[in-house]
Design a protein around this ligand. Structure first.
Ligand code: FAD
Length: 448
């Protein structure tokens, strides 16, 4: 792998070492290119809490040899919604056949464990990680990145994966697409399960239960309370989505501080087990949930936006991380067997045709359904339908029913990002790239 074996290796830069950036680095190394990752932080801080990874994301990680055991995987087997006052089970769904049906598992990870393992894969593959390097400008035509210390690098291909607050969205997409607040925030914490299971008020909720989501919705207070285990089932991940409190509206960071009392205030009128659970938390963080409208294109010249930089979405279907990995998988295929006759710009145009519709439809559906979970209404108005139908003529996803219903599972988990990219690659020399009808789910894509 890499330039030693590939005389046509591209010089690639990746900006941002989150799931998307590290994934892109692995993919481009596997395609035989040289990769430097520029990350503004030192990556030493805790990026806390848990993440759910669905089979379409796991398909990508499995192909790369991700060591799920080392990352302390927890397999999810069920979904339960309880009444917030009586603890009666009001909805239940099973994930037990998911791995069999879609070929890959449905997991939860502590974010730090998963991130460390992906980073290990990227470095093992030969990507060079430059920490403390903050990109401040990019020239899309020339592939030049400028950093905050004034230094510049010039690359054949620049992958921007700097997250939801990306500073490069406008220059790549060609439109001003600001990140906005949704009015929702989430209190997040992790609690050891052994502590929970010693508490007679809470233990019965989890005792003898299969691993998975356990949640409740309180529509009166617009609150969605969700728990699931991670780190070998040893730690309970707790997220409480709620209307942003004024004193936390300007929180900027994933790990902005909050207090246990902040979370307890939301639980008036709930069964005492829920506040008892929250009281076991040692700390509480508050993340103000952001959103961005869909972008008209992911690429410009030699530069491509991926992950949350391109398509931040609400966590309704747990797809943000998986879509980032799908983006990366597409690089591996589209940039393999590179020759001097190939054009970066043309190949990125193909990437855009392949990935933009899938990402946009996922982003629109996850955003629309997010509001339904707390309020009972799905935002499927005219603007939503017009935006969706621009990219998708297939059957509508049943957004008013369950987040994990069969059509939704088929749509997300039944997607093989490598196989779809292989189909797209056949059209690399066509003047207009992909014709209609080639890509799964987007056979009649009307993207630009
Ligand atoms: C509450 C919540 C729950 C979620 N749950 C799930 C879930 O269960 N499953 C799921 O799949 N997804 C989930 N998501 C979404 C998922 O977390 C994101 O989609 C995913 O982490 C995006 O990864 P990324 O690499 O694009 O961005 P990030 O993780 O934000 O990484 C961006 C990186 O770029 C660096 N950076 C930023 N600016 C610069 C710069 N100028 N120069 C250099 N480096 C820079 C940052 O330091 C950071 O390391 C959730 C999101 C939220 C908010």
């Amino acid at each position: 792998m890499g330039s030693a074996e590939n005389q046509h290796a591209l010089q690639c830069a990746v900006v941002g070492a989150g799931i998307a950036g590290l994934g892109a680095a692995i993919a481009l190394r596997r395609a035989g290119h040289d990769v430097e990752i520029f990350e503004k932080s030192t990556l030493k801080r805790e990026i806390g809490a848990a993440i759910t990874l669905t089979p379409n994301g796991n398909l990508v990680l499995d192909r790369w040899g991700f060591d799920a055991k080392r990352a302390r995987q927890t397999m999810k087997e069920q979904y339960r919604v309880l009444n917030h006052q009586t603890l009666e089970v009001v909805e239940r769904d099973s994930f037990e056949n998911v791995a069999k049906e879609y070929g890959h598992s449905f997991d939860a990870y502590h974010r730090v464990d998963m991130h460390e393992e992906i980073r290990r894969l990227a470095e093992q593959a030969g990507a060079v990680l430059r920490l403390g390097s903050q990109a401040v400008d990019v020239d899309c035509e020339k592939g030049v990145i400028t950093f905050d210390d004034g230094s510049v690098v010039t690359k054949d291909l620049v992958v921007i994966a700097d997250g939801i607050k990306s500073r490069f969205v406008d220059v790549v997409s060609g439109e001003h697409v600001p990140t906005q607040k949704t009015g929702k925030s989430v209190y997040r914490t992790l609690i050891p399960f052994d502590r929970i299971m010693k508490d007679p008020l809470i233990a019965p909720i989890f005792d003898q239960q299969k691993s998975g989501f356990c949640s409740f919705i309180n529509r009166e207070s617009h609150m969605f309370f969700v728990t699931y285990p991670c780190r070998n089932d040893e730690v309970c991940n707790l997220a409480i989505f709620h209307d942003t409190k004024p004193h936390q509206a300007n929180n900027e960071h994933w790990n902005s501080p909050a207090t246990v009392d902040d979370a307890l205030e939301l639980l008036d009128g709930c069964h005492p087990a829920w506040p008892a659970l929250v009281r076991h938390a040692d700390s509480m963080n508050c993340y103000v949930v952001g959103r961005r409208d869909v972008i008209p294109r992911m690429t410009n010249g030699k530069v491509v936006l991926i992950g949350d930089a391109a398509h931040p979405m609400q966590p309704t279907h747990a797809q943000g991380g998986s879509m980032s990995l799908e983006d990366a998988a597409a690089f591996e295929v589209l940039f393999s067997n590179w020759s001097t006759e190939d054009s970066i710009e043309k190949r990125l145009a193909l990437f855009n045709q392949l990935r933009l519709p899938r990402n946009v439809v996922t982003q629109l559906c996850s955003n629309a359904m997010f509001y339904m979970i707390a309020s009972g209404d799905v935002d499927e108005g005219d603007a939503f339908m017009a935006a969706l139908r621009r990219y998708w003529d297939g059957p509508l996803l049943p957004l008013s029913s369950k987040s994990w219903s069969k059509p939704i599972r088929d749509f997300f988990y039944g997607y093989d990002a490598f196989a779809e990219a292989e189909k797209a690659l056949k059209y690399k020399d066509e003047p207009n790239g992909l014709p209609e009808g080639v890509i799964k789910h987007f056979g009649v894509s009307k993207g630009p």
